[in-house]
Design a binder for this molecule. Structure first.
Ligand code: SAM
Length: 227
């Protein structure tokens, strides 16, 4: 009996050339691509002339959407899951769906097609030895936020998280308050035209962004280490 397949496919975090041959082939071969945002994935598919139909699957998708997906799998369809950028399920939707498929369709092969992830890309050019690190995803906006900064302050490990341009200043202010002696490395807009890595004390980095407001844009990975 032929087993059908569910692929979790890594896609670029900016530069559309950062995709594997295998990812391009699989995205072209499956029956349907589940996208966090079909309009975003459309750019990638057009770049590689991939004509596979798409369907949205995102953080707000209802249970009925997962049921529909499971129905398609039961009909024998091969599906691929992608997010807007990077590796699905890493601070992105998909893990619940993967677990529902594992439960409802244990015979389906769930296959990873590895690709970029912002956290790993940032670490690789941080210049810090990363034998061990802690990845916090996005920090909570309210509840638990202060506790986390206190943990960052006392941690011996490299602490990493994702941040948006709207919150980066607030986050640097919190680092000044709770962890002023740490070293902060910010990797911004990786693989894009304005890719940048800046490092210094929380105070130095805040002053840099305050003097260069045009740089408070795009996507940020924040890494906090001991000096
Ligand atoms: N699944 C993605 C991954 O594997 O990296 C992460 C998705 S998460 C919703 C988006 C966050 O990842 C952004 O807010 C930013 O913090 C980080 N990010 C994504 N692309 C980036 C890039 N090109 N440069 C720096 N950070 C990036």
């Amino acid at each position: 009996m032929k087993m059908n397949k569910f692929y979790v496919v890594g896609t670029p975090i900016g530069n559309l050339e950062d995709i594997t041959y295998r990812a391009v082939r699989i995205l072209g071969e499956v029956d349907l691509i589940l996208c966090e945002d079909t309009r975003v994935t459309r750019n990638l598919l057009e770049r590689y002339q991939i004509k596979t139909p798409t369907m949205s699957y995102h953080a707000q998708s209802k249970i009925s959407k997962a049921e529909k997906i499971i129905e398609l799998i039961n009909e024998g369809k091969n599906l691929a899951l992608v997010s807007d950028a990077g590796t699905p399920t890493i601070s992105d939707p998909g893990s619940l769906l993967v677990s529902q498929i594992k439960q409802s369709c244990p015979e389906v092969e769930i296959i990873v097609i590895p690709g970029p992830s912002a956290i790993i890309s940032a670490l690789s050019i941080s210049g810090i030895s990363v034998a061990e690190f802690t990845f916090l995803g996005f920090l909570p906006h309210k509840k638990g936020r202060e506790t986390l900064f206190k943990e960052i302050a006392v941690s011996e490990r490299l602490m990493c998280f994702y941040e948006s341009p709207h919150r980066i200043i607030k986050t640097l202010e919190s680092l000044i308050k709770f962890a002023p002696d740490k070293k902060v490395i910010i990797a911004r807009e990786l693989t894009k035209i304005y890719e940048q890595v800046v490092s210094g004390s929380p105070e130095e980095i805040l002053s840099y962004f305050n003097s260069n407001p045009d740089k408070i844009r795009g996507e940020f990975v924040v890494m906090v280490s001991n000096r």
